[in-house]
Design a protein around this ligand. Structure first.
Ligand SMILES: *[C@@H]1O[C@H](CO)[C@@H](O)[C@H](O)[C@H]1NC(C)=O
Ligand SMILES: *[C@@H]1O[C@H](CO)[C@@H](O)[C@H](O)[C@H]1NC(C)=O
Length: 223
């Protein structure tokens, strides 16, 4: 009973009694891992990690690059962008319309179609003190009687009056309203009398805010 290796070890032996005081050698313990084993373990572990990563990354990659009929992310992004652009355009149109509508004179005016107001009409005694007063009246000239006030000085005794009135200011741009001077030409003076009127550019036509001229016989003339 002096040597462990020499002890009889039977498979059928359920209990072996050993007096450790008598044991002089013990079975060899595995105290070192061989280099070959380390390499094997490293390769095997690496393989497992690679397989795990692949099992996660490949499906994700396929899902992200998928462009088939069930794609939702990319298509919904494009749709949202298009909606935003459409909304912006609509807002711009609405703003433009509102700006035009904000000029009340563009939607509420009196239309005058009077060929006797044309600068080509001859002399007369028409006087606009009988037509306008100190309260501004919004007028749109239209038709054969001309579409706007004359913008250059007519000769005296035209436009069925003695001193024809003409617009001496610059015309405003679309959607803009200006206060400018109307001059009345008499003899050699193109601006013998004058008064201020308001003119509004309503896009396709002008609306004129007219008041009574200072004296008679003065008249607004058209061209
Ligand atoms: C000015 O004339 C308008 C019609 O063009 C009339 O309705 C208004 O009552 C007049 N105002 C005055 C102060 O006479
Ligand atoms: C034009 O004059 C009226 C008053 O007569 C004023 O209410 C309006 O603001 C003036 N417009 C401009 C562009 O100066």
């Amino acid at each position: 009973m002096a040597d462990w290796d020499a002890l009889p070890k039977l498979a059928s032996s359920r209990r072996i009694t050993v007096n450790l005081n008598n044991v002089t050698s013990a079975p060899a313990r595995i105290t070192t891992v061989t280099t070959d084993s380390k390499i094997f373990i490293a390769v095997a572990a690496t393989g497992v990690v690679v397989l795990l990563m692949a099992s996660v990354l490949v499906p994700i990659s396929l899902a992200l690059t998928y462009t088939g009929p069930f794609t939702t992310t990319s298509l919904s992004s494009i749709t949202t962008t298009t909606d935003t652009t459409t909304t912006t355009t609509t807002t711009t149109d609405t703003t433009t319309t509102t700006t035009t509508d904000a000029l009340s004179e563009c939607s509420s005016y009196t239309t005058i179609n009077d060929v006797t107001r044309l600068t080509t009409a001859g002399s007369g005694s028409g006087c606009d003190t009988a037509v306008f007063n100190s309260t501004t009246a919004c007028v749109r000239f239209s038709g054969a009687g001309g579409t706007q006030l004359a913008t250059s000085a007519p000769a005296s005794n035209q436009c069925t009056t003695q001193a024809p009135g003409w617009y001496s200011g610059s015309l405003p741009g679309s959607g803009v309203s200006n206060n400018e001077t109307v001059c009345y030409a008499w003899s050699l003076n193109n601006c013998k009398w004058s008064n201020t009127i308001q003119v509004t550019n309503c896009g396709s036509f002008y609306v004129w805010g007219l008041i009574s001229p200072p004296v008679c016989n003065l008249r607004y003339c058209t061209a």
